[in-house]
Design a protein around this ligand. Structure first.
Ligand code: 13P
Length: 259
């Protein structure tokens, strides 16, 4: 995706923050972020706070996303939310297929695929998560898992649509554990994803693709990760819940653009 300034740093707030807490966090981020213009910042609050966060970021250039959606346009689907509803609430992005959704709410590559299509119908940019669990890593099945996830959830998209998707590599064993993938481990998978995209689509599309890393990203490890050539930014969980740590990550990520 060419038009989004890199690096891209997205904060997935998961099931944290009430409306007033979300307003406060977004306001702190907005007030301290103007100096950091060389990164794209995406805030991804819970559904209830999307509108408030959108209002708070105003025309600062900070972007807003949702954490999930359902693929139907509307109807009797209690508890679900549509792409159209997210869009009107102020989202331009939506996370799809996060490992927590796959683990606790039965999402599969097939549902991810349907959700991606629904997001695109409404002009939302999907941030599609892939990643292996610890057992898969230990038994050498990491790359195979990533390949299957991409093939089953994304590679049937037409090139024009695939162009509008952001990928996030989130090794499950690194999420919320404080144990991040090493830069080498992350780069191996990011490089592999880029190769798969080149094989399926084209070299040009592959080099434009935005591939984020997620899994225990902190201010202290973000520069060593972002230095890897195929890592274009981060999807941050825990460390996105405070303005200080989130903006430190943005600042560290931005160092790749300096000098
Ligand atoms: P942590 O940064 O808390 O490990 O979470 C990562 C994540 O799941 C982002 O979507």
């Amino acid at each position: 995706m060419r038009e989004l300034v890199r690096p891209v740093v997205a904060g997935n707030w998961k099931m944290h923050k009430t409306i007033s807490e979300a307003r406060q966090l977004a306001a702190e981020i907005v007030s301290q972020a103007p100096a950091l213009t060389m990164a794209s910042i995406i805030l991804i609050p819970p559904f209830t706070a999307i509108q408030e966060v959108k209002k708070t970021v105003g025309d600062s250039g900070i972007l807003v996303g949702g954490q999930n959606l359902f693929w139907e346009e509307e109807g009797a689907f209690t508890g679900e939310i549509s792409a159209h509803q997210l869009k009107e609430a102020g989202c331009d992005f939506v996370i799809i297929g996060h490992s927590e959704r796959r683990q606790y709410f039965g999402e599969t590559d097939e549902t991810v695929s349907q959700k991606v299509l629904a997001a695109r119908r409404h002009g939302l940019i999907p941030i599609v998560c892939v990643g292996e669990n610890l057992e898969e890593r230990k038994s050498g099945k990491t790359l195979k898992k990533i390949k299957v996830q991409l093939e089953n959830s994304l590679f049937s998209l037409a090139e024009e649509e695939f162009k509008m998707v952001i990928l996030a590599y989130e090794p499950i064993w690194a999420i919320g554990t404080g144990q991040n993938a090493t830069p080498e481990q992350a780069e191996e998978v990011h490089g592999y994803i880029r190769q798969l995209i080149a094989d399926r689509y084209s070299q040009d599309l592959s080099s434009c693709a935005i591939i984020l890393y997620g899994g225990s990203v902190k201010p202290a490890n973000s520069f060593s990760l972002i230095k890897e050539k195929d890592i274009n930014g981060f999807l941050v969980g825990g460390a996105s819940l405070s303005a200080e740590s989130f903006l430190s990550i943005v600042k560290e990520a931005n160092r790749v653009n300096e000098g």
